[in-house]
Design a binder for this molecule. Structure first.
Ligand code: FES
Length: 679
């Protein structure tokens, strides 16, 4: 005979790791909710939506003291059998609303549950965002009208929401009321209500009512960059990215960089309106594009999250950015913005809500907040540096105790502008450069061709595009390689004496240049180009050093490069150049469009909205222009990699040229030897 059990069964939920004891017969969904584990449900436990699926993990989980067995959950019930017949319930999957605890269990709640798998076009990048969306679909069955109980249709709908979903004090957008009677009759007194619950006032709001049962809802996560807009269509019920698209920001025609767009607003009476209309129109078109690609109706988009730098943020919201053009760089609003999406001219569901992440400071926007949310310096024990390189680099540094941030005016050099042969990253642009330190001959790789220029097949590979310019990542590499091969000194001066041994070194007036590419066009790295890169990298590095000073740090533990530029940059060359401080190279990573990912996190889990709002309130903002040490750090950072700071981690990987004895005092510089590169 079995030993009588004295304790209730122990249930552990994965991936959250939350656990608790529950009486036998408790529905899995109820146990999950009691522990605060998010389980989706549209049908309210009727066994028809399939959104609440879970999986029993069997075996011994010694660490947790649980032996989880298949027989510790109730056998398949009638609702599950019916669901499996009508839809599909994969082997091992259960409906947590219809499965009950019979003994100790380890339960996995899949985070990317596909119900309509056929419409998923683009896989996520592997990271799973635990969901707790602001918008929920709630299916209800409403009492039919009764002459003896003259309660209005909408009031009976509210009563059903209270009874089945415990939703009280609901508000409703007035625009929905005139549609209610028709919708309820169309659905034969069954309806799916989209409820939005997020804003500070805490009251839930009915934002849409659909006839009958509806089992999908979508959201948009978007990074409005000053150069590129990147937008993702996301299923609010599965967390999957359904489609993604991007477009150049059409505001470019009003000004290439941010300040010229602010000037346009200041100089033209309708300037603000024109810039706002341009970006909203582009966003609306992108939304149309992703919906068409995924075959979904725009009206099914119910929640939208946008991020952008302060000027993009203001212009999208229709706010004049003039104040951001000069000190004290006052934001019209720094906190999060909640609004109706249709008010921004977006053709989505008329009740759809819009959320914008808070801005950190007048130069450090909601995009930097999103990058911070994604990378999470505020969640680390170690010191994490996050850099988003653009025309204005946004820098965040810190750990769970203290986070500081600043921006540095790097200018457009890293985007290929200001460089005589620079261009945007596009087919035909040189993206990788290596220079032989003996012969000073370069070899390059070009976007659109996977061969190096000294490999067979290169000429054919670039036949269509030609070799047209040098993009941002290659500008970093070419200047770093010029330094490693001795073509430029640590002060960035092209060594004219090398013209005697290489015809790549060319005199131009009083200075010398390096001929990177012979062809049409000829690509030459001029002395002024090296200077432009030095100025940009010195501005960035000085900003980073100021933040390190504020935190009393001599080094950082890890570095995340956000943004398109960061994706292609080789961390080793960024360090050779002295763009970033010394760090273990294995701890330096490119994190791609972290701003877009942060927006997606805020879209899928409103807990992340609270987290970033709280973090931004705590972040200390440093205005670099006002800091007396900025100039000193800037001057030191003009040298390669730096006049004052050592790079011991880098020196382990790359042989750096020796410094001049006069400047270092001893001429030895530890492991630094002359002229050999490569790691
Ligand atoms: Fe809908 Fe379980 S909640 S099937």
């Amino acid at each position: 005979m079995d030993k009588p059990m004295t304790q209730d069964p122990l249930v552990l939920f994965m991936p959250s790791g939350k656990r608790g004891r529950f009486p036998r017969g408790t529905a899995i969904i109820d146990a999950a909710r009691e522990l605060g584990v998010y389980v989706e449900s549209v049908c309210g436990g009727r066994g028809i939506c399939g959104r609440c699926q879970c999986e029993v993990q069997t075996g011994q989980f010694a660490k947790h003291g649980i032996t989880s067995k298949a027989e510790n959950i109730s056998p398949l019930g009638a609702k599950e059998i019916r669901y499996a017949e009508k839809r599909e319930l994969k082997e091992g999957r259960r409906l947590s609303c219809s499965a009950y605890i019979e003994g100790d269990l380890v339960i996995d709640i899949p985070q990317d549950l596909q119900i309509n798998a056929q419409i998923v076009r683009k896989a996520d990048d592997g990271r799973i965002i635990e969901r707790n969306t602001a918008v929920h679909l709630c299916y209800v069955e409403i009492d039919e009208p009764d002459m003896h109980k003259p309660l209005g249709d909408f009031d009976r709908l509210k009563a059903a929401l209270e009874k089945d979903w415990g939703l009280t004090g609901l508000t409703v957008d007035f625009a929905i009321l005139p549609t209610i009677q028709k919708v309820l009759r169309q659905g034969e007194w069954k309806a799916t209500v989209a409820v939005h619950r997020d804003e500070e006032e805490g009251r839930a709001r009915i934002i849409a009512v659909y006839p009958g049962f509806k089992n999908e809802a979508y959201g948009i996560a978007c990074d409005i960059g000053s150069t590129t807009i990147a937008l993702h269509l996301v299923s609010l019920l599965s967390g999957s990215t359904i489609a993604s698209s991007g477009t150049p920001n059409p505001q470019i025609r009003f000004g290439e960089d941010l300040m010229s767009r602010v000037s346009y607003v200041m100089m033209n009476p309708d300037g603000r309106g024109a810039l706002t209309d341009a970006v909203r129109k582009a966003l609306d078109e992108l939304i149309g594009q992703v919906c068409a690609e995924a075959g979904i109706d725009r009206r099914d988009i119910l929640d939208l999250v946008f991020v952008g730098n302060p000027i993009m943020h203001h212009l999208f919201l229709g706010i004049d950015p003039t104040e951001l053009g000069g000190a004290p760089f006052a934001l019209a609003v720094s906190g999060p913005v909640n609004a109706n999406a249709a008010e921004m001219g977006l053709d989505v569901n008329p009740g759809a809500r819009l959320y914008m992440l808070p801005c950190i400071a007048g130069h450090v926007g909601a995009d930097a907040a999103a990058v911070t949310l994604c990378e999470g310096p505020h969640r680390q024990d170690s010191q994490m540096l996050v850099v988003d390189v653009g025309t204005n680099a946004e820098i965040v540094l810190g750990n769970r105790d203290r986070v500081v941030s600043a921006s540095s005016p790097t200018g457009p050099a890293f985007e290929g502008a200001e460089i005589s042969c620079g261009q945007r990253a596009a087919p035909g642009a040189i993206e990788r450069v290596r220079i032989d330190p003996e012969t000073l001959e370069p070899r390059v790789r070009v976007i659109g061709c996977d061969k190096w220029s000294n490999e067979e097949g290169f000429s054919e590979g670039v036949a269509r595009t030609g070799v047209t310019g040098v993009c941002g990542s290659a500008i970093i590499e070419v200047v770093a390689e010029m330094y490693l091969s001795g073509i430029i000194s640590e002060d960035g001066v092209v060594d004219g004496s090398l013209a005697a041994r290489s015809n790549r070194i060319v005199q131009e007036g009083r200075t010398f240049s390096y001929l990177l590419w012979r062809g049409e066009p000829e690509l030459v790295i001029k002395q002024t180009d090296v200077r432009a890169v030095q100025l940009a990298k010195a501005a960035l590095y000085a900003g980073i050093r100021l933040l390190m000073d504020k935190k009393g740090l001599a080094a950082v533990d890890s570095i995340s490069f956000a943004g398109a530029f960061g994706t292609f940059i080789d961390p080793k060359y960024a360090m050779v150049l002295g763009l970033i401080p010394d760090c273990d190279l294995s701890k330096v990573k490119a994190v791609g469009n972290a701003a877009g990912y942060g927006a997606k996190m805020a879209l899928l889990n409103r807990g992340y909205r609270r987290e970033i709002e709280e973090t931004v309130r705590r972040v200390e903002k440093i205005e670099t222009a006002l800091e007396p040490d900025f100039q000193r750090h800037f001057v030191n950072a003009m040298a390669l990699p730096n006049k004052a700071d050592a790079f011991p981690n880098l020196a382990k990987e790359v042989r750096l040229p020796a410094r001049k004895a006069a400047e270092t005092g001893d001429g030895s510089e530890g492991g630094r030897r002359r002229r050999r590169s490569r790691g």
